[in-house]
Design a protein around this ligand. Sequence first.
Ligand SMILES: [Zn+2]
Length: 83
Amino acid sequence: MGRKRTEITIETERIIYISSRCERSVFWCEKCAKRVPMLSAEEAAVVLRVHVSEIFRRIENGELHYVQINESPVRICPNSLVK
Ligand SMILES: [Zn+2]
Protein backbone atom coordinates (compact mmCIF):
# COMPACT_ATOMS: atom_id res chain seq x y z
CA MET A 1 0.00 0.00 0.00
CA GLY A 2 2.68 2.42 1.06
CA ARG A 3 4.73 1.54 -1.96
CA LYS A 4 1.87 2.25 -4.35
CA ARG A 5 1.32 5.68 -2.84
CA THR A 6 5.01 6.48 -3.26
CA GLU A 7 4.86 5.54 -6.94
CA ILE A 8 1.89 7.83 -7.52
CA THR A 9 3.66 10.69 -5.78
CA ILE A 10 6.76 10.18 -7.89
CA GLU A 11 4.69 10.00 -11.08
CA THR A 12 2.82 13.21 -10.22
CA GLU A 13 6.04 15.04 -9.46
CA ARG A 14 7.52 13.81 -12.72
CA ILE A 15 4.55 15.10 -14.73
CA ILE A 16 4.65 18.45 -12.96
CA TYR A 17 8.37 18.66 -13.63
CA ILE A 18 8.01 17.81 -17.33
CA SER A 19 5.06 20.13 -17.93
CA SER A 20 6.69 23.08 -16.19
CA ARG A 21 9.84 22.37 -18.14
CA CYS A 22 7.97 22.26 -21.46
CA GLU A 23 6.09 25.45 -20.76
CA ARG A 24 9.35 27.21 -20.07
CA SER A 25 10.99 26.10 -23.28
CA VAL A 26 8.22 26.62 -25.85
CA PHE A 27 9.30 29.24 -28.35
CA TRP A 28 8.17 30.54 -31.69
CA CYS A 29 10.19 29.01 -34.52
CA GLU A 30 10.24 31.33 -37.52
CA LYS A 31 11.30 28.56 -39.88
CA CYS A 32 8.45 26.29 -38.80
CA ALA A 33 6.09 29.25 -38.30
CA LYS A 34 4.75 27.74 -35.09
CA ARG A 35 5.44 27.39 -31.40
CA VAL A 36 7.55 24.36 -30.59
CA PRO A 37 9.08 23.00 -27.39
CA MET A 38 12.72 23.82 -27.99
CA LEU A 39 15.72 21.98 -26.65
CA SER A 40 18.85 23.32 -25.09
CA ALA A 41 22.07 22.80 -27.05
CA GLU A 42 23.02 20.09 -24.56
CA GLU A 43 19.69 18.27 -25.01
CA ALA A 44 20.00 18.52 -28.80
CA ALA A 45 23.49 17.02 -28.56
CA VAL A 46 22.07 14.08 -26.60
CA VAL A 47 19.30 13.58 -29.17
CA LEU A 48 21.77 13.55 -32.07
CA ARG A 49 24.44 11.73 -30.05
CA VAL A 50 27.05 14.30 -30.95
CA HIS A 51 29.24 16.65 -28.95
CA VAL A 52 27.63 19.98 -28.09
CA SER A 53 30.24 21.76 -30.25
CA GLU A 54 28.73 19.95 -33.26
CA ILE A 55 25.39 21.55 -32.43
CA PHE A 56 26.92 25.01 -32.47
CA ARG A 57 28.69 24.19 -35.74
CA ARG A 58 25.36 23.23 -37.30
CA ILE A 59 23.76 26.41 -36.00
CA GLU A 60 26.51 28.47 -37.65
CA ASN A 61 25.98 26.54 -40.89
CA GLY A 62 22.28 27.32 -40.77
CA GLU A 63 21.38 23.64 -40.52
CA LEU A 64 19.36 24.01 -37.33
CA HIS A 65 16.41 26.19 -36.40
CA TYR A 66 17.12 28.04 -33.21
CA VAL A 67 16.12 31.00 -31.13
CA GLN A 68 18.22 33.12 -28.88
CA ILE A 69 16.54 35.79 -26.83
CA ASN A 70 18.84 38.40 -25.34
CA GLU A 71 21.55 36.70 -23.31
CA SER A 72 19.62 33.49 -22.67
CA PRO A 73 21.09 30.19 -23.83
CA VAL A 74 20.33 29.19 -27.40
CA ARG A 75 17.30 26.93 -27.91
CA ILE A 76 17.15 24.38 -30.73
CA CYS A 77 14.00 23.53 -32.70
CA PRO A 78 13.56 19.74 -32.58
CA ASN A 79 12.00 19.74 -36.07
CA SER A 80 15.37 20.71 -37.52
CA LEU A 81 17.05 17.76 -35.82
CA VAL A 82 15.01 15.12 -37.61
CA LYS A 83 15.91 15.02 -41.29
ZN1 LIG B 1 11.73 24.92 -36.54
